[in-house]
Design a protein around this ligand. Sequence first.
Ligand SMILES: Cc1ncc(COP(=O)(O)O)c(C=O)c1O
Length: 458
Amino acid sequence: METKKVLLTEDEMPRQWYNILADIKMNPPLGPDGNPVSPEQLAPVFPMNMIEQEVSPERWFDIPEEVLGVYRIWRPSPLIRALELEKALDTPARIYYKYEGVSPPGSHKPNTAVAQAYYNKEFGIQQLVTETGAGQWGSALAFACAQFGLHCKVFMVRVSFDQKPYRKSMMTAWGAECVPSPSPDTKAGRDILEKDPDTPGSLGIAISEAVESAVSDTSGKTRYSLGSVLNHVILHQTIIGLEAKKQFEKIGEYPDVVIGCAGGGSNFAGLAYPFVYDKINGKEVAIHPVEPAACPTLTKAPFAYDHGDTAGYTPLLPMHSLGHTFVPPPIHAGGLRYHGMAPSVSQLVAEGIIEARAVNQLAAFEAGVLAARTEGIIAAPETNHAIAAVVEEARRAKEEGKQKVILFNWSGHGLIDLGSYDKYFSGELQDYPVGEHEFDETIAILEKYPKPQQLKSR
Ligand SMILES: Cc1ncc(COP(=O)(O)O)c(C=O)c1O
């Protein structure tokens, strides 16, 4: 029988995370004065031990024993061969996925949530405040804070709060507080509610609320926590790709194509960066972040300096951005509704080292249903975008008669997202492809910011 599942023992779990900053060139984040942000300027937002990781050029970071201890609940995660999906597609491609839905909250997000809760606790912090799109990140941080005895407050994007009420139940079970965003709790939220009381909200707005809420606590015991985009978040996620490499070594395989869906970029990067390292060092491998056509950050938006949040509280980040006031259409992949993208992912796209793809919502669900009926796992709507790109790649392999090895990140299960599957089955879902000029207004604001330099990493 062909191998279905490749497992690692707990002892084989990687003991270090990989930091891509050692291997690529990046423009620095800029502060309000237009100069590179100093660690001191970030200190009210993040604890210093996280800021050090954010800016460090060290290639490897030891994973603390306490973090490994919590990872052991679900890690190492399995590498699974999608044999039944391959059969259904009648493709010569061999398709593998890292299954991150085995974590208690059901996605890749706790890989960084656990690390962030640990480092904040070490620094003497008692409460973390964050935002969440689909609710995966909020529930991951709620879970992680419960593990380390921290209080947790989550601003959840309104449209997802209404679509996925059980995410709030999960957060409450882990002892966290969850409010819909925009909320009356912050100035950023009140300002937006005044202008548009029926807004579906966005990740950009929720980030503004969470940052404001964290920095306005004068006790010094509260910090903000972000579930994607930043370097330290991606660093923690590289455990996924590092495990995958070890698993491939066990079976004598190496991927020709690596795919992950991309909202802020962390699950894609977590799987892909250890392979990007190989590519920078001469290996041939195609690497694709996949985004929704309703939020075409990498495929249509410019590489520019922009704020990470709607109110403009964060430093200016060098990234592909639709503009920080862009409110993405209410697709059900809430975790992919972000106007920007991780600066490192943006840099790699700008340099042509990786190549982005965009997928419409209906095609994503069609692929997700095929995967559920063949592989058995019902995927998160975000993951469905990656699956759609995998299906396309596998069909191309068939047309070309090529035995490609495809690896993707099955970033989460969809068991709390079944409402969106119901809507898909009853024909209520629609596509919202965003055209070239639909964000002209929101990117016009970026004209007043400095332009990132064109850098070459290799
Ligand atoms: C299941 C799942 N996959 C992917 C993503 C995309 O996030 P990121 O690109 O930041 O990894 C999310 C975000 O919430 C998610 O919940």
